[in-house]
Ligand binder design. Structure first.
Ligand code: SF4
Length: 371
C-alpha cells in the first residue's frame, strides 16, 4: 500500500485520478475494481466503475448577467466565439441522440445563465416532444424569471433550481456585483406560480461573507415552500482562487442549521442525487447539503455533461473532453456520434480527485461547464 502514502495511483486507478484499493475505496468513490477489459457492447453511457449516466447536464451558454465573486472576475471572461456555440438544431440533435440512443432520461439546462440563450423555450419544447419524454429542469440565477416562467412551463420545463446565497440585498450586491436581489426573490415567486415545482434554491456559503445566513436562508425557504440545497464551494472558479480554508464545509453548515432546527437524516434512498437530505424538525420539509469536497458522492454519479460548444465532459472536474461539434459539422451519422459519446463516458475517472495531492483544477471554468 506504499503508493497511497505517496499519493500515487496504486491499483486500477486511472493516471492522475485518486488512489483506490481493492478492499476499501476512498469515501464517496465507486466500490470495487474498474473494468480493465474493452468496453462491452452496451447501448447506455456506462463507465469502467459500473456507473451509468442517465442525467444530461447541458450548458446552453457560457455568458452570464451576474459576476459572482466565487465564479468569475468583475470584468467577465472571454466568451466562446459564436461560431463555436452549437446552434439550436445541433443541440436538439445531440439531445435526441442522448434520449433515443443512450438512455438519457433527465435533462438539466444550465449556463453561464441559461435564460440568456435566445430560443431556450423552443429548445425545451423540442426536447419535450421526444419519446420517451425526458424530465427537464433548469439551474438559473433567477433574473428574468418574472417574465419567462410561464413560457418555460408552457414549453415543457418541469422544475427549477434558482441560485440565492443571501437574504440581504447589500450582501447580494457584494457577492454578485449586481444590485438584483429583489429580482431573484420575485423570480422565485413567479416560478412557483407557474408550477415549476418543486422550486429548489441553491446556496453557496462563503466564510466571513454570508456564512452567518444559513438559518435565515432556510427559514425563508421553509416559509415559501422552496427546497434549499447548500453547496460546498468547489475549485472551479475562472480565477483559480479557491481556498479550502475559505470553504464552509457540510459539517459547518449542519452545525449552523442545528442551532435553530432539529435535523435528522432523510430516509428515502439517495440514489445518484448530489444532495444529502435532512428532515427539518421531523419533516416533511427537508434541507439538502451537497458536500462535493468533504462528502463526495462520485460512487453513484449518473451525470454526463455537454458544453455550449459541443464538448462532452464525463465529469464536472474532467481535464479532457470529447468533441462532438466536429462530428456534427462533418456529417457523421448519429450512431457514430453516439459511439463517441459512449467512449468518452467509458473512460470516466472514479471521482473528482479534489482531495488528492495530485489534483489539477480543470482549465474550463464552472461558468462554461454548468451545474
Ligand atoms: S465530481 Fe464528477 S464524478 Fe463526482 S459526482 Fe460530480 S460529476 Fe460525478
Amino acid at each position: 500500500m506504499a503508493g497511497i502514502a505517496l499519493g500515487l495511483p496504486t491499483f486500477g486507478a486511472a493516471p492522475g485520478g485518486p488512489a483506490t484499493t481493492a478492499c476499501s475505496p476512498a469515501p464517496g468513490l465507486p466500490a470495487g475494481m474498474p473494468h480493465t477489459a474493452d468496453r462491452p457492447d452496451a447501448p447506455g453511457l456506462i463507465d469502467r466503475y459500473g456507473r451509468t449516466a442517465t442525467d444530461l447536464r447541458i450548458s446552453l451558454t457560457d455568458r452570464c448577467n451576474l459576476r459572482c465573486t466565487y465564479c468569475m472576475p468583475a470584468e467577465g471572461l472571454d466568451w466562446l466565439p459564436g461560431t463555436e456555440v452549437l446552434d439550436d438544431a445541433e443541440l436538439l440533435r445531440l439531445i435526441t441522440i442522448g434520449v433515443e440512443h443512450l438512455g438519457i432520461t433527465e435533462l438539466r439546462f444550465t449556463g453561464g445563465e441559461p435564460l440568456l440563450r435566445k430560443g431556450v423555450e423552443s429548445i425545451i419544447a423540442g426536447a419535450a416532444a421526444l419519446s420517451p419524454r425526458p424530465q427537464m429542469s433548469m439551474t438559473t440565477n433567477g433574473l428574468g424569471l418574472t417574465r419567462r416562467a410561464e413560457g418555460l412551463a408552457a414549453a415543457g420545463l418541469d422544475r427549477l433550481n434558482v441560485s440565492l446565497d443571501t437574504m440581504t440585498p447589500d450582501t447580494f450586491t457584494r457577492l454578485t456585483r449586481r444590485p438584483r436581489h429583489a429580482d431573484v426573490i420575485n423570480g422565485l415567486a413567479a416560478a412557483a406560480a407557474a408550477g415549476l415545482t418543486p422550486v429548489k434554491v441553491n446556496a453557496v456559503l462563503m466564510r466571513g461573507v454570508n456564512d452567518h445566513e444559513a438559518v435565515d436562508l432556510l427559514t425563508f425557504c421553509l416559509e415559501h415552500g422552496y427546497e434549499l440545497r447548500f453547496i460546498e464551494q468547489m475549485p472551479l472558479d475562472a480565477q483559480h482562487g479557491w481556498a479550502r480554508s475559505e470553504m464552509i464545509t457540510a459539517e459547518e453548515i449542519l452545525e449552523h442549521l442545528g442551532a435553530r432546527y432539529r435535523l435528522s437524516p432523510h430516509t428515502a434512498p439517495r440514489g445518484g442525487a448530489p444532495a444529502e437530505l435532512f428532515d427539518v424538525d421531523g419533516g416533511p420539509a427537508t434541507v439538502g447539503v451537497i458536500g462535493s469536497v468533504t462528502r463526495p458522492f462520485c460512487g453513484d454519479c449518473d451525470r454526463t455533461r455537454l458544453t455550449a460548444d459541443g464538448q462532452i465532459r464525463s465529469c464536472l472536474f474532467a481535464t479532457t473532453e470529447t468533441d462532438l461539434r466536429v462530428l456534427l459539422r462533418t456529417g457523421v451519422p448519429d450512431e457514430e456520434i453516439a459511439q463517441a459519446w459512449r467512449g468518452a463516458m467509458w473512460e470516466k475517472l472514479p471521482g473528482h480527485g479534489i482531495n488528492d495531492p495530485a489534483f489539477l483544477q480543470p482549465d474550463r471554468p464552472m461558468s462554461s461547464i454548468g451545474g
